[in-house]
Design a protein around this ligand. Structure first.
Ligand code: MG
Length: 385
């Protein structure tokens, strides 16, 4: 029987990579639902190829345009933020959660509540809701398969029978486009920041890679996903992005997963789990690569890393606040309202200005997120940070 797949965020980079894998295995997978924000033209193409049963378009204008053009009477078309229950009413075996930012939180919660397997690309949902979401998933037997490449690597080499013998998780980081820039970074443009040396990704995550907040968010993601204290999670710069992360054991062994930097590998791992399926990903040629390099991260040059560690030490709502402030700051930078170096300043000040509270429910997460956004946004508008 074919595995039924629904993709939340099908026109983004992860969504497209997922569809590429599905296209190559028509005997194994079928698409049930697709959701998008605005790009209805791309969705029209996807619908004609993959023939889903239901699609959702968040942007009202895009929804209207899609409805005008699409002549497919068999296709259910919905819109708005409340549509996830309707989408999940169509039986699906796995949801690929690929919406960027904390807007991806509710769809992940709804999926977990229904006990459906989640291929999780949306790291922000774990960062802002922490163990709440992993507990909802556990309670409902919804398995979370990480497709963030680092966490996918750890998942692949984490020996579940020897969890107590794990001494450290090592997250590798490419260092982003500014790893070796020594000049003043205050004049960095959004165009420069989104040019990632190894990975092809969306704008928000590319800026996060440039500031290294991406690794900070991944630190928090790993902490909640693998229940590992922050002291036992190390970040190492590995510019080639060949080793995607490692697990160190008490006996001194370090196990790692390697591969060409291509998101189709972790996505195919999640889609195929517990089996492995073939992909068109270029295979590694170690003889040609010759050497791999590693460095300790520069916490002064990339203050977002320290902020992420600090938020885990503060616990409670601090990671939620950090994530919200980062989303506001990155958006302001992409819209040229603040400069590159203001991003960590806004995050730090938002953390200092917002009271750290307990997070007991998803409702708390949404309230804390909104409050932190307001504070960060006021800073952007008043230019006081
Ligand atoms: Mg990653």
């Amino acid at each position: 029987m074919k595995k039924k797949v629904t993709i939340f965020g099908s026109t983004g980079s992860i969504g497209e990579s997922t569809l590429d894998i599905v296209k190559n295995h028509p005997e194994k997978y079928e698409i049930v639902g697709l959701t998008i924000n605005t790009n209805y033209e791309k969705l029209l193409d996807q619908v004609s190829i993959f023939k889903p049963k239901i699609v959702s378009i968040n942007n009202p204008d895009s929804y209207k345009r899609f409805k005008e053009i699409s002549k497919n009477n068999d296709l259910k078309v919905v819109n708005g933020n409340d549509c996830y229950d309707e989408i999940l009413d169509y039986k699906t075996d796995i949801v690929v959660a690929a919406i960027t930012g904390s807007t991806g939180l509710l769809p992940v919660v709804k999926t977990a509540e229904r006990g459906i397997q989640i291929a999780l690309a949306n790291k922000e949902s774990l960062v802002c809701s922490g163990s709440l979401i992993t507990n909802i998933a556990k309670k409902n037997n919804s398995m979370i398969l990480p497709i963030d490449s680092e966490h996918n690597a750890i998942f692949q080499v984490l020996d579940s029978k020897n969890r107590s013998k794990v001494s450290k998780l090592i997250l590798t980081a490419s260092g982003g486009p500014f790893l070796n820039r020594e000049d003043d970074l205050s004049h960095i443009t959004p165009e420069e920041a989104i040019k990632h040396p190894n990975w092809s990704m969306g704008k928000k995550i590319s800026v996060d890679s440039a500031t290294m907040m991406n690794k900070g968010l991944e630190l928090i993601e790993a902490h909640f996903l693998f229940e590992m204290p922050e002291k036992q999670i190390e970040i190492v710069i590995h510019p080639e992005s060949i080793i995607h992360s490692c697990v160190e054991y008490d006996d001194g062994s370090i196990l790692s997963q390697m591969g060409t930097p291509d998101m189709r590998t972790p996505i195919s791992f999640a889609l195929g789990y517990p089996d492995r399926i073939s992909t068109n990903v270029e295979k590694l040629n170690l003889g040609k690569i010759k050497k791999l390099t590693f460095y300790e991260p520069d916490f002064k040059k990339f203050p977002c890393l320290e902020l992420a560690y600090d938020s885990l030490k503060l616990k409670k709502s601090a990671p939620t606040i950090l994530n919200a402030a980062n989303e506001i700051a990155v958006d302001a930078f992409l819209n040229k309202r603040i400069n590159y170096l203001s991003i960590p300043k806004i995050i730090e000040k938002t953390l200092n200005k917002t009271s750290i509270s307990n997070v007991n429910s998803i409702k708390d997460v949404i309230e804390i997120d909104l409050c932190a956004r307001e504070i960060a946004n006021d800073m952007v508008c008043s230019r006081k940070f």
